[in-house]
Each structure stands twice: as C-alpha cells, then as structure tokens.
Ligand binder design. Structure first.
Ligand SMILES: O=C(O)COP(=O)(O)O
Ligand SMILES: [Mg+2]
Length: 216
C-alpha cells in the first residue's frame, strides 16, 4: 500500500479565516461587544471551535459560564456559511490530483468540526479526493493528541503516512505520532518556520508532489 498523505484544512488547503471571522463577529455582535480584525481571528485558530470561542471570550472579558452557549452560537453561524469567503490556496487542486494519480490515498485530519469540513470540501468539489475525513469532534481526542491522525490513515487502510499542515499544533501532532511532517509556510502559524518541527517546508502547493516523492 502506498503512503497516505493526510492534510490539515484551515490555513493548509483553505484560507478559511474570513468565514471564521464573520461567524465569531456575529457572536460578538449578539453579545454586544466589539468585532475582531482578521489577524486577531487568525491567532485564535488551530485548536478547534471551543478553544477559539474561549480565546475570543478572554479577549473581551466575557464571563466563562457563557462558553457552551457562545460555542453553540458560533457553530450555528459557521455552519450556515462555511465556504462563502473561504478560498483554496493556489495550486491545491493540481497537487491533490498529482498525488492521487500516483496512487497515494488522501485524507483530512482537522480540528474543524467534521460536518463543516465535509461541507467545505464538497463546496470546492474536493470531496472525492479524500478517503477519510476526521474532524475536531470526530473522536474524544483532538490534535495535538496524535489519535485523530492515527485514525485518519488507519481509515485509509495504510500504516505509512505523511502529514501536511500549517501550524504548531499540526507539527506537534505529527511529531507525537512519529510521522514525517511537511509544513506549509503561508498558513496560520504563529512561530518562525525554523522553530517548528518539520521534515520539509514549502510555500506553494505546486512544489508539494515533488516534496512528497523525496519523503516517501
Ligand atoms: O478549527 C481550527 O481551529 C483549526 O482547524 P485546522 O486543524 O484545520 O487547522
Ligand atoms: Mg491549520
């Protein structure tokens, strides 16, 4: 069996921050507090929706007891418009096609809720590329716990896997899973590339198929 290539979603295949910003700012409007600019929202992304809401609440000094309610609100706003302002990064489609044609099983391992992830993939016509989609709410554990990543490539029927992601969380997940990690440098990371665990770094998806061939 060929090596599985598993991808993170937010900040890796898709630039989704503008839709996430719109949803969290709808929540902020409903609780009568100020909206967030895009860089601030980007700094909240990476550990899933409940954590994003927690970070937003801390910034606006909203009392903790409202967390479940505001998380539910966020999920509803986001689910209504998960792919309105979201864009694929350049050359993603061709890279997926090239990897698929070479026989690599492809999967998604994201901290985004699974249903939203599936909706976005289908909105961009990418759903048929992926044999497994594991979200932040698919298992009791979420990244950086390695369990969702192990689950993704096991669902693809392989034992070898390369993870492709954009963040510190993805790097830690791959490292804890004992896997190679290709870091997309143009996503939502907060730390210099040199300080993030990786086996390879790329800034354009046109380079990815070649990088993968050197790693397998
Ligand atoms: O939902 C998040 O916070 C991050 O999602 P990702 O794992 O696809 O980057
Ligand atoms: Mg990401």
């Amino acid at each position: 069996m060929k090596t599985a290539i598993v991808f993170d979603l937010d900040g890796t295949l898709i630039d989704s921050a503008p839709d996430i910003q719109a949803a969290i700012n709808n929540v902020m409007r409903d609780v009568a507090t100020d909206p967030f600019d895009l860089p601030t929202v980007v700094s909240f992304i990476g550990n899933g929706v409940p954590k994003l809401v927690e970070r937003a609440m801390q910034k606006r000094a909203i009392p903790e007891y409202r967390h479940a309610e505001l998380t539910q609100m966020m999920l509803e706003f986001y689910d209504a418009n998960p792919a309105t302002l979201t864009r694929l990064y350049p050359n993603v489609q061709n890279a997926l096609l090239a990897l698929k044609q070479r026989g690599h099983p492809l999967g998604i391992c994201t901290n985004k809720p699974e249903e939203a992830a599936r909706k976005i993939l289908s909105a961009f016509g990418l759903d048929e590329f992926f044999g497994a989609v594991v979200g932040g709410d698919s298992l009791p554990q979420r990244k950086p716990d390695p369990a969702p990543l192990h689950d993704t490539y096991q669902k693809l029927g392989t034992t070898s896997c390369i993870y492709v992601g954009d963040s510190e969380v993805d790097a830690e997940t791959a490292q804890r899973a004992g896997l190679s990690f290709a870091l997309f440098s143009k996503g939502y990371r907060k730390t210099p590339v040199e300080k993030i665990y990786n086996t390879s770094v790329f800034d354009d998806f046109a380079e990815l198929p070649i990088i993968i061939e050197t790693l397998v």
